[in-house]
Design a protein around this ligand. Sequence first.
Ligand SMILES: Cc1ncc(COP(=O)(O)O)c(C=O)c1O
Length: 356
Amino acid sequence: MSNFGAGEQACLRSVYAPPAAKTNWRLEQLTGHDQLRYFAYGRHALVAALQLAGVKDGDVVLLPGFICREVLGAIHALNARVEYYPVDTNLGLACDPSALPAAKAIVAVDYFGFAQDLVPFKQYCARSGAVLIEDNAHGLFSRDSDGRGLGTRGDLGIFSLRKTLAAPNGAAVVINNASLAAALPSQIPFDDVAPDATFLGKRRLRKLVRLLGTWPARTATTLIRIARWLKTGHTIPPSAAESETQLPPVEAPGAILLDVMRNTDVDAEIARRRELYGLLPSLLDPVRYQPLFAALPPGTVPYGYPFVADAEHANEAQKLLAKHGIECLHWPALPDAIAAAAPAHYRTIWMVSFLW
Ligand SMILES: Cc1ncc(COP(=O)(O)O)c(C=O)c1O
């Protein structure tokens, strides 16, 4: 890390120990209203969104082909049918919206916290009567070029809070189109069962990282991976085929989420993520490891640093990043129905993670 100053090193360290401060923040401050419900996982929030959209047995839901297979579990839970639409290399809708088939709902994804262009999706919904669900699982604090919060721009929005905040679980569905609010169910009580050992262990290690640097957290990760490899043959669990038909068993959000939100310093978190993003090209040469997005627009709060790489380049990138104690992951594990014939740009995206 010799070419980095103390500020940059502290920034990289923040992947393990993000800033926290008592701010009493809640998602309601972002939406400006309380027409939202919390869940454990984004998939549960998506089930709720689909129900609010009136999706029932046999109805069609349009999903992008570039999606992680876990999302399918939500559609399966309602016995609905998935049809896929293509996305282009910029991850926007790759077909004429008037060519899309009839559907009860269409899901548009703000990939990696970058705003999706919703104009063609809104055109489709205006023509077909489909409900637009904005999947903002990745970009909790992101805004589009008009300053509108991602997840608040479709009829319904979903968030996977746990992907941005250091919480064991946490997600939400948000109603943006008041005409859908009548069916909003009551909040499932928050589950105050003690968080699991992984979360508690990580929380303790975060404190150590602030004092000692990243090595305690990295050592723990290595030991856990070795143990997992000995037990299962995998250092990182592969995405299971069953995730296309199953949901995580516990739907209730953990009470700890409220505590994590209360201690979220939103401005510091936005600055941290944007700063990390700006630092990455000095670790991964952008000519060799091409960033997925050409620029970081002003309101964007990135989930991580996505870049394009084949298996060989990704392997090199992993080694380079490891020297600085950080990691990249392949995204997404595609649905079976898409994987076999997926175009190259669905299969070659990696992301440097900004949250341990
Ligand atoms: C785009 C997108 N939407 C929704 C989800 C579901 O979120 P969760 O894992 O919290 O269920 C994920 C991740 O699995 C995702 O990447």
